[in-house]
Design a protein. Structure first.
Length: 291
């Protein structure tokens, strides 16, 4: 199928894009932001999305950057996932996000797809929203009212829905660097390499002496949004990093999940079992990395 007709706008500055978006919204035009197009163009072609106008951010070079600001890494929304995946800064200072990026789609998709687009698209099976919850990322949005910062736990609302207003553009993703000595891990199960995950888990783990001082764990691909596994986190607090404790925590986290999604590729129970197994393996991996 071909997409339905739409007006195409390609502003060169963020200010022009925000102004145009506000004007079109006020006029009642159904408008969509186009970033890398890796998710939106198939939706247009299948007519799942039928906007009357597209605002392409592709020419706004000011939204393409990766920089360190104190203990935060700031990534411009139009930075490609490839650029994020090969960034030495991210590899050295935020290894969980680096590793997550290697799991996103294929090289071609990472070349075209933007970092901001993945967060704004909010696919429940995407690695990035789960990483955002674990790392307490923040999202910078700009609209006619100005700029605001949205914490990760308020950003992802439900299935492919964020708290961005229709007249707002996501401009920057802000992630704290991994604390020195923290362990990390991300694992997923997909039908083929490069597919979106059937289920996945990511986490960070910090030790204090012989015990775990903090574990932050999230699962993706199981509920309408990525979810923190708070029961698993609580079960690990102050405990020794042993295989027995990891198994107990993983079981608690999986058991506390709200009914996981079910589809022809993976039943609800299979997804729950995946979360349990992947959590256990991630904990062992992260504990071995933590110092
Ligand atoms: C075969 C295949 C495999 C894939 N596998 C994975 C995978 O394993 N993991 C994964 O996470 N993703 C995967 N993807 C999706 C891919 O990562 C997309 O690049 C990503 O979801 C969207 O980024 P984009 O820049 O292409 O955004 P687009 O497709 O251009 O836009 C996606 C949505 O976000 C909105 N949007 C984009 N940017 C902004 C912004 N700055 N402000 C406000 N709204 C915005 C758009 O309006 C649209 O609704 C896969 C895609 C394909 C085709």
């Amino acid at each position: 199928m071909k997409s339905a007709a739409f007006a195409y706008h390609s502003p060169q500055t963020l200010e022009a894009a925000v102004s145009l978006l506000g004007t079109l919204e006020d006029e009642g035009v159904d408008v969509k932001i186009l970033a890398g197009g890796q998710s939106l163009t198939p939706m247009l072609a299948l007519r799942v999305a039928r906007p009357e106008a597209l605002i392409d951010l592709g020419r706004i070079k000011a939204l393409d950057y990766i920089r360190e600001e104190g203990k935060v890494i700031a990534i411009g929304a139009m930075t490609s996932k490839h650029a994020a995946g090969v960034s030495e800064l991210i590899k050295a200072r935020q290894r969980l996000f680096h590793d997550a990026t290697q799991l996103v789609g294929h090289r071609q998709i990472r070349n075209r797809g933007s970092v901001g687009g993945s967060f704004a698209h909010a696919d429940p099976a995407s690695e990035y929203p789960a990483v955002a919850l674990v790392l307490d990322m923040e999202f910078k949005a700009v609209g006619p009212e100005g700029e605001r910062l949205i914490p990760a736990e308020e950003f992802f609302v439900t299935y492919m829905t964020t708290s961005l207003e229709t007249n707002e553009i996501l401009t920057e993703v802000r992630m704290p660097t991994l604390p020195v000595g923290a362990g990390w891990a991300i694992r997923e199960e997909a039908r083929r390499h490069g597919d979106l995950a059937l289920a996945g888990v990511c986490l960070t783990l910090q030790k204090s002496g012989a015990v775990i001082s903090e574990a932050k764990i999230a699962a993706f691909g199981v509920n309408p949004t990525a979810v923190r596994l708070e029961a698993a986190e609580a079960a690990l607090q102050g405990q020794a990093p042993t295989a027995e404790n990891f198994a107990r925590a993983a079981a608690a986290g999986a058991a506390a999940l709200e009914e996981p999604m079910s589809c022809i590729h993976a039943s609800s129970e299979y997804r729950r079992a995946l979360v349990r197994a992947l959590t256990e393996r991630c904990l062992a991996e992260a504990a071995a990395r933590a110092v």
